[in-house]
Design a protein around this ligand. Structure first.
Ligand SMILES: *Cc1c(COP(=O)(O)O)cnc(C)c1O
Length: 847
């Protein structure tokens, strides 16, 4: 066993959701080991077949996942090796701990409630060497990889050329830190702060602090602020007892006794070192409270490392840049999609971004614009050979290198690549009109100011944007998955109820293609749209999940077939029209037809009380008879829709609908001789009637962050933020009026701001005249006067507001539900009402 573990160490590891340590290039697939992990929400073992076909031959698999069917499947991959373990995650942690032990360099371990990632990124910026000054060769966690899985994958990236490691550790439950400590084994610890995040996983605040302190039980130095008195107490009570020789380096900005006492005036920080006559004055690039705290940790760490004098410290601080970890997807010029990742550029980050690029199969051509990779330590030729290989492995059609070093290494890239020595040269010489219909990844290290390239490539429309948080979407998806996996009977296995997601109406306003691609990535079972053309657009954007079309007009039948879209049949007329159409098709292409032995999948809708579309009970025998005589139609699913799943006053009616549904499906099943998938529940139903979940459920609004039953809203995250900008501000005297028809008469002298959003963008006209409120720099401001077609006026007298400032219409600060209530409508209408002219911007944080 141990020798096998050892063999795994120097290989490329990856798992399904995060491929951190190496791309699977053809050249490298022999080196790669896939760790299949059974997660709460999906099972990595499902990827084995795919990966085998891509050339991977080594797999770590979990014993409990080896059902007889799985074993049978694995036996069909003869030349693959499978290592069977109790827990793949545990195996990864053990291996990473082993890997870590080979290094005798300082390792900084960071934990705390907030700021871990920023402190890590800033420290890396501050400590790294550059062409003009000495420094460390730093290995660090990519983005915020700080979980039970993220930490081992991060630590595995340590190589012989590194001279310092910086890793963050995050926990959400008691007992988690021990495993992370063994993997990171920090020599220097930083405890950033303690807040309320994850309080629910712990009995008390003290317990949470105590658990986090476990990261430092073998460290020789710990850095923290005594201004957090609970941290200070626990360090002295607990940690000192376990690790008495540890050096504590503390700081305070409130005059508490500490190793460093600091005070800030303007942006000048003076630091007094205790017991020494040493006083240091530095000017800080950022002074807001959160940045100040993060900077204090960084400065004190630099002092603890004693690597530089004050002048060098200051010059490094001056080069510090804000950390934005957002990977943003934007609409570009010439029908391009931009992926903006101009925050860092190391090999690991590049791989993550390329994965994201490949996930977006929106446009056929993939283009990468990349700066020099500022990652010292590795010999230049090795580094660029690796970068070239990674680019090739991700099917990039066009590579553009910007920077002197990447240009010198042009021979590692495809022949059609282009190179520019500087960002300026690129901006002046590049033929922007050549860039069309492509997905473009823009990724550059800070000094290259790639935001200028993004700015040039971005399609500029008016200042109203709907931001879609893809992480929140994933979070909500997982919430519903977890709910449907719960079984009513605790003793039995989790249920295998399938998931259909409704992406009709432009995915409830959130942008169909992008949302559908994410859902495909997370392997939901089915998608549903209202009309054939919505389905066609998904197919054209690379979505190959089964898609149900709820309103399939006969004129679209050929389209349905061409794009493998599956119709919902809801009336005898539709059933017969579709039946004859399919019969004709199978005759005209006699032999192997779209229909044939397996039949073309259709979905039958039964009207159990909505009285909208669907077969009524009396028609079911006719339907059954028709299907018996038309075996070319295969009934994939049978479903119905609840009229009041969200409201307790309709519980009895819901029960009646369920009973009616079961009666009718039973009749159909016995006529058909097989059992189609049955589904009844929408989002509210999933929460309120889990006992009716049957074989599949249909998730709609919940995915977008609104819990329709209003029972568990706190468990969901808002997905969309609609924001706009202030175009103009003016002072208007009391007694004057604002806007059309003099409706907004002022009773006080007011500062009136005009916003770049109106009813044509989806800002409902009923929100005018003070009914609606928007969020301006932390203050709620009412509307004044009537909402116009493209503009709305608000009263910003109470807010601090300037022209050009951002204004939030709805989002985490202003829930959609509240907005809907104000005008007597439902969140569905607000979401789907955001007009298509409003630009959608998609982003992901961290992982
Ligand atoms: C829209 C729709 C759903 C989803 O409803 P939500 O309330 O958004 O969850 C489910 N089933 C059918 C038939 C629908 O049209």
């Amino acid at each position: 066993m141990l020798t096998k573990e050892f063999q795994l160490i120097n290989r490329q590891w990856f798992t399904d959701s995060r491929q951190v340590t190496g791309p699977v290039t053809d050249a490298r697939s022999a080196e790669a080991v896939f760790f299949a992990i059974q997660g709460e929400h999906h099972d990595g073992h499902a990827f084995i077949g795919d990966l085998y076909r891509k050339g991977i031959r080594q797999f770590v698999v979990e014993r409990s996942a080896l059902t007889p069917e799985r074993q049978h499947e694995l036996a069909t991959y003869p030349d693959a090796q499978f290592m069977e373990v109790e827990s793949s995650l545990h195996m990864l942690q053990t291996l990473a701990a082993e890997h870590r032990r080979q290094f005798r360099i300082p390792i900084i371990g960071i934990t705390g409630s907030n700021g871990k990632t920023i402190v890590k990124e800033w420290l890396a910026q501050l400590l790294e060497g550059s062409s003009s000054s000495d420094g460390f060769v730093v290995a660090k966690s990519p983005k915020s990889y700080n979980s039970q899985l993220g930490v081992p994958l991060s630590v595995h990236t340590l190589t012989e050329s590194d001279t310092l490691g910086i890793f963050e550790a995050g926990i959400s439950k008691a007992q988690e830190m021990q495993a992370l400590e063994a993997v990171i084994r920090p020599t220097i610890g930083i405890f950033t702060n303690i807040g309320t995040a994850h309080d629910e996983g712990f009995r008390t605040r003290k317990q949470k602090i105590a658990e986090k302190l476990r990261l430092f039980i073998h460290a020789n130095t710990l850095i923290y602020s005594v201004d957090y008195t609970d941290i200070d107490e626990e360090v002295n009570m607990l940690l000192k007892a376990i690790n008495p020789d540890m050096r504590l380096i503390t700081w305070s900005l409130t005059g508490q006794p500490a190793t460093y006492q600091g005070s800030l005036q303007g942006n000048r920080l003076s630091l007094q070192e205790k017991q020494r006559d040493n006083r240091l004055v530095l000017s800080l690039p950022f002074t807001d409270p959160a940045s100040l705290e993060n900077l204090m940790h960084c400065i004190v760490t630099m002092l603890a490392l004693r690597a530089w004098d004050t002048a060098e410290l200051q010059s490094r601080l001056n080069r510090l840049r804000p950390v934005s970890m957002r990977l943003e997807q934007k609409e570009g010029i010439n029908n391009c999609v931009l992926i903006d990742d101009s925050y860092n550029n190391d090999v690991v980050g590049l791989q993550l971004a390329l994965r994201f690029l490949n996930q977006q199969r929106t446009r056929s051509r993939r283009v990468v614009i990349l700066s020099d990779v500022l990652q010292s330590g590795q010999p230049e030729a090795d580094l660029y050979q690796q970068v070239g290989e990674i680019i090739r492995a991700h099917d990039v059609e066009q590579f553009i290198g910007v920077g002197p070093v990447v240009s010198q290494n042009a021979h590692f890239f495809a022949a059609n690549s282009q190179f520019y020595a500087t960002t300026d040269e690129f901006l002046t010489r590049f033929l922007f009109s050549d860039l069309r219909d492509s997905t473009v990844l823009v990724k550059g290290a800070r000094p290259f100011s790639f935001e200028r390239i993004v700015h040039r490539l971005e399609r500029k429309v008016h200042g109203t944007v709907l931001e879609i948080n893809l992480d929140a979407l994933t979070h909500n998806l997982n919430y519903y998955r977890e709910r449907i996996a719960r079984s009513e009977d605790a003793a039995s296995r989790p249920s295998d109820t399938k998931l259909m997601v409704m992406v009709k109406a432009f995915a409830y306003g959130s942008g169909s293609a992008e949302v559908a691609q994410l859902l495909q990535y997370h392997r939901v079972d089915y998608l549903a749209v209202a009309y054939a053309d919505e389905g066609v657009s998904l197919r054209q954007n690379g979505v190959d999940l089964p898609i149900m079309v709820m309103n399939p007009a006969p004129e679209t039948f050929a389209t349905l077939l061409e794009y493998k879209l599956e119709p919902e049949l809801y009336s005898l007329r539709m059933l017969r029209e579709w039946g004859s159409y399919i019969r004709e098709q199978s005759r005209s292409v006699a032999g192997e037809s779209a229909a044939g032995a397996t039949g073309y999948p259709v979905h039958l809708k039964i009207d159990t009380g909505m009285h909208r579309l669907g077969f009524v009970e009396s028609e079911i025998p006719t339907v059954a008879d028709y299907l018996i005589h038309n075996p070319a139609l295969r009934v994939a699913t049978v479903f119905s829709h609840l009229v009041g799943a969200d409201d307790a006053q309709f519980n009895t009616f819901t029960e009646t609908q369920y009973a009616c549904f079961i009666r009718n499906t039973t009749v159909l099943e016995s006529a058909l001789g097989y059992r189609p998938t049955r589904h009844l529940l929408n989002s509210a139903g999933i929460v309120r009637f889990p006992e009716y979940k049957l074989d599949m459920v249909r998730l709609g609004i919940g995915l977008y962050g609104v819990e329709a039953a209003q029972i568990d809203q706190a468990a969901l995250q808002p997905v969309g933020t609609l924001r706009t900008v202030i175009s103009q501000i003016k002072t208007v005297q009391a007694g004057e009026s604002v806007g059309y028809s003099r409706r907004g008469v002022l009773d006080h002298d007011a500062r009136i701001a005009t916003l770049a959003i109106g009813y044509a963008d989806g800002y409902d006209r009923r929100l005018g005249n003070g009914i609606g409120e928007v969020w301006v720099n932390g203050t709620r401001c009412p509307t004044v006067g009537n909402v116009c077609m493209d503009m709305t006026m608000i009263d910003v007298t109470a807010a601090s507001a300037s022209e050009g400032d951002e204004v939030i219409i709805f989002g985490p600060e202003l829930p959609i539900t509240g907005l809907a209530q104000r005008i007597g409508t439902i969140p569905y209408e607000i979401l789907t009402g955001v007009s298509e002219r409003v630009k959608r911007v998609f982003f992901k944080e961290g992982n």
